[in-house]
Design a protein around this ligand. Sequence first.
Ligand code: GSH
Length: 198
Amino acid sequence: MKLYDLDLSGNCYKVRLFAALAGISLELQPVDFLAGDHKKAPVIELNPLGQLPVLQDGDLVLRDSQAILVYLARQYGGHQWWPDGAAQQAEVMQWLSAAANEIQHGPCSARLIDKFGISLDKSRTLDISGIILPVLEQHLQQHDWLALGRPTIADCAVFPYLAVAWEGGIDLSDYTAINAWMARIKELPGFIPMPGIE
Ligand SMILES: N[C@@H](CCC(=O)N[C@@H](CS)C(=O)NCC(=O)O)C(=O)O
């Protein structure tokens, strides 16, 4: 199973992290972003959006880190990571959706501006971060994990861009419950880091 990958990408790291925690073996295919290889074959033929990550498992090709997490967890990871029940699946999905929306457009985009010089509206990224971070903090004051009372793919989807939020100039030091949750994730068996995360 091949993952078209970029080591500095939090979206790719979501997949690498989950695979490591769940003991799923991935063949990493590094893509040279600076050379624009994500907009060339073979990546552009697999994902017309020209974005990473892309997963290839036999004939199946998937884009989007959240979709890849659902697939890997359901196909290879077991019920621990992606439950069967409708309500439980929806509980996990709420956080996958936050990862693809508020976190992507908040802390992730702030990092794109500060670390990679991408031209985006910084004040908007800070406004969106200012909405999602207190929601997360309040939730994590009452729960050890984002969903189902245990680590799931929800935690894998939300963790990366919070752990590198500092690279976008976002200071999380006042968010004690978020910090405690990030420490719990780092203690999970099989945890792997990425650049910017110890
Ligand atoms: N919704 C996608 C977003 C993927 C994404 O934005 N990937 C970045 C790397 S982190 C990328 O390839 N950007 C290049 C581009 O958008 O042209 C996901 O969660 O995987």
